[in-house]
Design a protein around this ligand. Structure first.
Ligand code: PLP
Length: 365
C-alpha cells in the first residue's frame, strides 16, 4: 500500500531555523504575554497583509469571538451556513442569533443579493466567509452594511495573503479574522489574528484577549484569555519567511489538478473572483452527475490510501446542535454544494506526480 495522503500537511521551517528562533526564550524567560516574538510577528504581518492594525490571538476561533465582543454586536448576525463550525459557533457563543443566507454557485461565498431580505430591526452585523480563499462580493456587502448601519466581519481563515485588484484581503469590512492553524496556508501551530483599520478596535481586541486588563491596577472589561504565546509567534516568524515559496508550490499543485480535471464532464472548480491573486488554499471540486456521485469518488480514493475531505458537509444549519433552531429557509445552493463538493489533497510538498495519480483514480472510475 502506498503511503497515506491526507487532505493537507503543514508547511514546516527547517528544524534548525525554528530552534534558532526560540533560543533567546531560554535566557529571557518571557514565554508569553506579548513578548518580543509576538511584537515582531505583529509587525511583520502588518507589512505582509498591508493593514494598519493586527492583533494576534491564541487561535482563529477566539479571534472571531473576541472581535464580535469588541464590536459590541447584539441581536442577529447574517452569515452563511457553508463554512467551518467556528463561524456560526462564534456568533452563538457570544449570545447572538445567526441568520443563514444562501451562497453563490461559482465561488461558494455568501450570495450578497439575498442578504437584504434577511435584515430585521435586530440585525447588527454580517459575518461573511471568504470560503476556500474565494472572495466575497465585498463591494455589495459594504453597500448594504452602510445603508442599514451594520458591521461587517470577514472570516478570512482561508484567505491569508489573497489580493483583490492589488489590495490586501485584510482591508475589507470592519475587521477580518485569520486562522493560523497548522492546516492553513500560513500557520503558528495554533493561532489567529484580527486585522482592522480602526486603531480603537485593535486596542479593544488587545484588552479582551488579556482578561480585560487596562492597566497595572485596573481591569476595565470582562475579557477572556486568548493570547498568542512566544513559541507560536516564533513559528509564525519562520513560516512567514517562506510564504512566497509555499504559495508558488501550491499554485503548481492547483494548476496540475486543473490541467487534469477541469475539462472532465461533471467536475467543476470554483472561481476565486475577478482580479484575485489566489493563495491556493484548497482544491474544492464539485461533482454534478459525475459517475454516480461524490461518495463513490471518496470510497475509490480512500481505497488507495488517499483521504480527501467533504468540506463543508454537513451545512452548519444542519448540525445536530442547530437543526431547526435558526432561520435557514431558502438556501438551495448551499444545500446542493454541500452534497456534492469534495476538497482534494493540497499542500506545498505534494508532488505533481501524486496529483496525477489522484486525478487518474477519479477519471478512471
Ligand atoms: C480554521 C477555520 C476557523 C477557525 O480557526 P482556528 O484557528 O482553527 O480556531 C474559522 N473559520 C474557518 C472558515 C476556518 O477554516
Amino acid at each position: 500500500m502506498l503511503p497515506k495522503i491526507y487532505v493537507t500537511q503543514p508547511s514546516m521551517p527547517a528544524f534548525e531555523e525554528y530552534v534558532k528562533e526560540i533560543k533567546d526564550l531560554w535566557s529571557s524567560k518571557m514565554l508569553t504575554n506579548m513578548g518580543v516574538k509576538h511584537e515582531e510577528l505583529e509587525l511583520e504581518l502588518k507589512k505582509y497583509l498591508n493593514i494598519d492594525n493586527i492583533s494576534l490571538l491564541a487561535n482563529g476561533h477566539l479571534a472571531l469571538e473576541t472581535v464580535i465582543a469588541a464590536l459590541g454586536l447584539s441581536g442577529e448576525v447574517i452569515t452563511a451556513p457553508f463554512s467551518f463550525a467556528s463561524t456560526t459557533h462564534a456568533i452563538v457563543r457570544c449570545g447572538l442569533t445567526p441568520v443563514f443566507c444562501d451562497i453563490n454557485y461559482d465561488d461558494y461565498t455568501i450570495n450578497a443579493d439575498k442578504i437584504e431580505a434577511l435584515i430585521t430591526p435586530q440585525t447588527s452585523a454580517i459575518l461573511a466567509v471568504h470560503v476556500y480563499g474565494n472572495i466575497c462580493n465585498v463591494e455589495k456587502i459594504q453597500q448594504i452594511a452602510d445603508h442599514y448601519h451594520l458591521k461587517v466581519i470577514y472570516d478570512a481563515a482561508h484567505a491569508f495573503g489573497v489580493l483583490v485588484n492589488g489590495a490586501s484581503i485584510a482591508g475589507f469590512g470592519d475587521a477580518s479574522m485569520f486562522s493560523f492553524h497548522a492546516t492553513k496556508v500560513f500557520h503558528t501551530i495554533e493561532g489567529g489574528a484580527v486585522a482592522c483599520r480602526d486603531r480603537n478596535l485593535k486596542l479593544m481586541v488587545d484588552r479582551l484577549k488579556n482578561f480585560g486588563i487596562t492597566g497595572q491596577d485596573s481591569v476595565g472589561y470582562v475579557g477572556g484569555n486568548a493570547k498568542m504565546n512566544e513559541f507560536q509567534a516564533a513559528m509564525g516568524i519562520c513560516n512567514l519567511r517562506h510564504i512566497s515559496e509555499v504559495r508558488l508550490k501550491r499554485k503548481a499543485v492547483y494548476e496540475q489538478y486543473q490541467k487534469n480535471l477541469s475539462c472532465i464532464q461533471g467536475i467543476y472548480f470554483s472561481t476565486p473572483g475577478k482580479n484575485v491573486v489566489s493563495n491556493y488554499a484548497y482544491v474544492p471540486v464539485r461533482f454534478e452527475h459525475f459517475r454516480d456521485n461524490r461518495e463513490r469518488v471518496v470510497d475509490k480514493l480512500v481505497a488507495e490510501n488517499i483521504f480527501p475531505r467533504k468540506y463543508f458537509y454537513p451545512l452548519i444549519s444542519n448540525y445536530e446542535c442547530y437543526q431547526g433552531q435558526y432561520r435557514s429557509e431558502n438556501i438551495p445552493v448551499a444545500e446542493d454544494v454541500a452534497e456534492n463538493v469534495l476538497t482534494l489533497p493540497m499542500y506545498a510538498e505534494l508532488e505533481l506526480g501524486e496529483v496525477d495519480r489522484i486525478c487518474s483514480i477519479i477519471t478512471d472510475m
